[in-house]
Design a protein around this ligand. Structure first.
Ligand SMILES: [Zn+2]
Length: 314
């Protein structure tokens, strides 16, 4: 039997056929269209699923379940999606609509949650008893997996790691609160901190690389300059690592998972980031002499969305 994973993104929708072990067998995809109504969007996804099954040489009879990971709030119990801003969905009956086209078990989950599930099936946290996945991208997302199953909380609104508050009366967040983790641990935060410092330190390598245009600052530029020993970039890097270390330590102190996985674009900084975060986390972990969570980098990359969505039905 195979599983189908749908990774619903703001610009593209990727579909993949996935085996029991989390290996992708065949892929397809369509462009995300926000100019058509919800029922048409779902029909386009279902058509893409059928095309991909066909392309892979399988039939619907080979499919055990279909899963979709969406950048929004989902209710796995009803199959409804409460919010998905990128696609303009508010409280839509996703599973019910999808089943009009394909009569198979269909599951929905948040995109960060399914990426965490993917890592726990076929990635760096494979075979672990429990893991917390933290995606460090434009925002910060979270995926909690216990015994191979995602944990979204009793009401389905949990694992929003990016909106735990890290700084009282801190930076305003898109969610309406102030001082959220996302404002300090995302790529967006690195860019903000770098721009603030570069405005008064034009001698920084960051400014040179961006040819004076601070709109061109991104996380990679900042971390590359930090690796080269640029003083301003290192200031940003150390501040970022301090925030991230405190977040990771709080996850250790609160949840004590077997593994904490760092994913998303920022995690591409590799061991430079990982070594620093591991050291910083140790400073804030409560029981320093006792064993605690391994901290690792995600290894599946962009395919995690497809794999994790597919594994929702396993
Ligand atoms: Zn927030």
């Amino acid at each position: 039997m195979i599983y189908v994973g749908i990774d619903v993104g703001g610009t593209g929708i990727q579909v993949g056929l996935v085996d029991e072990s989390g290996k992708i067998l065949c892929k397809g995809g369509i462009v995300t269209r926000t100019d058509i109504p919800f029922d048409m969007q779902v029909k386009a996804m279902a058509d893409c699923v059928l095309d991909t099954i066909d392309k892979g040489g399988y039939t619907l009879g080979d499919v055990k379940a279909i899963g979709a990971g969406v950048p929004g709030v989902t209710d796995p119990r009803t199959g409804n999606i409460a919010f998905c801003t990128n696609l303009g969905w508010v409280d839509v009956p996703f599973v019910q609509e999808f089943n009009k086209h394909i009569a198979k078990p269909v599951f929905v989950g948040n995109d960060a949650t399914v990426a965490g599930l993917a890592e726990s099936v076929a990635g760096v946290s494979a075979g672990s008893d429990s893991s917390v996945f933290v995606t460090l991208g434009t925002g910060v997302g979270g995926g909690i997996v216990f015994n191979g199953k995602v944990w979204n909380g009793f009401h389905g609104v949990g694992s929003e790691i990016g909106h735990m508050i890290l700084e009282l009366d801190g930076e305003p967040c898109t969610c309406g609160n102030y001082g959220c983790v996302e404002r300090y641990c995302s790529a967006t935060a690195i860019i903000r901190m770098a721009r603030e410092l570069c405005a008064v330190h034009p001698e920084s390598e960051i400014v040179k690389v961006c040819e004076g245009d601070l709109n061109r600052v991104n996380a990679k530029v900042v971390f590359d300059a930090a690796k080269n020993g640029d003083e301003i970039a290192l200031k940003v890097f150390h501040r970022y690592v301090k925030y991230l270390g405190q977040l990771v330590a709080s996850l250790v102190n609160c949840i004590d998972p077997e593994v904490i996985v760092l994913g998303g674009g920022v995690s591409k900084a590799g061991d430079f980031l990982l070594d620093a975060v591991r050291a910083e986390t140790r400073r804030y972990v409560l029981y320093k002499t006792l064993p605690s969570a391994r901290i690792e980098l995600a290894k599946l990359g962009p395919d995690a969305g497809i794999i994790g969505a597919a594994m929702l039905g396993k």
